[in-house]
Ligand binder design. Structure first.
Ligand code: ATP
Ligand code: MG
Length: 413
């Protein structure tokens, strides 16, 4: 391909006033990090970034650009000198490569360099005249062209492009502070984590594991999902906190009427997550709840569950359709992992008829049957934390051990 650069745009980052500096600094760091290993050079400007391809495959570079939150779109660009003959020849070459059948076409010119001797309109006429005369497949349509050739003259050079590719959008991950993602092994929570990162929130993850009530593979699934999500995180790594949940899980199975099991289990999760979030300096909890999806996610259930905390809970998927969630899950390469059939603590001992409108007062009454405060504190105290990078080879399936033992062994190793 003829392209030798990629022009990257920031979107509404430019509206951020005094915070712009922090945004740009974070973004520059992210871009450098995610471009590592590619043969490209990066040129940062105050309102855009140019990636010099140095013959690197542009599709590969685009894949890496899609890991960066805070950049809104990009164009594949041919840079040439601002000599008019050079511009004409380059435009002709580009159109030869791009156009393979009869199409309508238009040239749009921007002259950032006001000292450039040829005015925009004249430049448009000169270039389009030359290209049209030499490529019979093009016909002019200034209103609704199939191909639009953009020409920008700036800084003694000329940039030609015909694409506008949407990128991740949002804000550079980290600028919005940190959140604690409740990560199960399902489809929803990794998507919620991705959307939070896209919006600028750096994440740590909390996973409630009930081994050996649940299999070690279900915890390994969480590790594998975090590896996928780490591609989007600063430093390509994410901290994960495994909460030993078996004791609480068993206590509530023993003491709580079946129809309230899930309600109370989730109240316990929120209590633990709140404590851990505060301990880790997180400003919000994030989860994959979507209104109406299951009994614990009716508005009635959410009220009763949420009433144990006044910490902010972000639910990026609250209004999402499952189909849309699955599309994002596929895009971030989590779907095939998420649908692997290992049970987690929400899927073992699922009550036959869970309450869809559980009452707060009833939940409080049932909770009086056991000393959950001590169990909550113990769970928080015994959290096993580990940092997982995108290329981690962490394998939890060391024979016969519960997750908590495996993680302790790894720590001591
Ligand atoms: P998912 O597909 O993410 O598992 P779900 O549709 O199965 O979600 P639930 O099991 O009711 O829904 O859980 C709702 C949310 O609660 C999850 O999206 C996740 O954020 C959190 N959650 C559930 N189980 C766990 C767990 N074992 N550890 C951490 N968070 C969990
Ligand atoms: Mg689940």
């Amino acid at each position: 391909m003829i392209y030798n650069q990629i022009l990257v745009r920031f979107g509404d980052l430019t509206l951020k006033g005094k915070n712009q500096k922090v945004f740009l600094k974070t973004l520059y760091r992210l871009v450098k990090e995610k471009m590592e290993g590619l043969a490209v050079d990066i040129e940062f400007q105050h309102d855009r970034i140019f990636i010099h391809l140095n013959n690197e495959d542009h599709n590969k570079v685009l894949e890496h650009l899609n890991l960066i939150s805070g950049i809104s779109s990009c164009s594949l660009v041919v840079k040439c000198s601002d000599d008019i003959n050079d511009i004409k020849e380059t435009a002709l070459k580009l159109m030869k490569e791009v156009v393979t059948k009869e199409v309508t076409f238009k040239v749009s010119t921007k002259r950032a360099d006001k000292n450039y001797p040829i005015h925009s309109l004249d430049l448009t006429k000169m270039v389009s005249g030359y290209v049209l005369a030499n490529n019979q497949m093009l016909k002019v349509d200034v209103h609704n062209p199939e191909v639009e050739l953009h020409i920008e003259v700036r800084g003694g050079a000329c940039y030609l492009f015909n694409t506008n590719i949407r990128l991740m959008g949002g804000y550079p991950v980290g600028v919005a502070g940190k959140g604690l993602l409740m990560l199960s092994g399902g489809i929803d929570s990794p998507v919620a984590g991705y959307l939070a990162m896209k919006q600028g929130v750096e994440i740590e993850c909390i996973h409630f594991e009930s081994t050996p009530l649940t299999s070690i593979e279900s915890a390994q699934k969480v590790v594998d999902l975090v590896k996928k999500m780490a591609k989007y995180a600063p430093g390509n790594k994410i901290n994960v906190h495994f909460v030993p949940f078996k004791e609480l899980h068993m206590a509530l199975l023993d003491n709580v009427p079946e129809s309230y099991n899930i309600t109370i289990m989730r109240r316990m999760m929120y209590r633990i997550a709140t404590k851990l979030a505060i301990e880790k300096g997180c400003l919000a909890i994030i989860n994959g709840e979507s209104v109406g999806q299951v009994a614990s996610q009716t508005l009635g259930s959410i009220n009763t569950i949420n009433s144990v905390t006044n910490f902010p809970i972000l639910r990026p998927l609250c209004t999402y359709d499952k189909v849309d969630i699955i599309n994002i899950s596929r895009k971030i390469d989590c779907f095939d992992l998420s649908i692997k059939p290992f049970e987690d603590c929400c899927t073992v001992y699922v009550p036959k008829a869970p309450a869809t409108a559980p009452k707060k007062e009833k939940a409080e009454l049932f909770e009086k049957a056991f000393d959950y405060n001590t169990l909550v504190s113990e769970a928080v105290k015994n959290v096993n934390s580990i940092t997982i990078s995108q290329d981690s080879d962490l394998d939890l399936s060391m024979l016969g051990l519960e997750v908590r033992d495996v993680l302790k062994e790894l720590k001591n190793a």
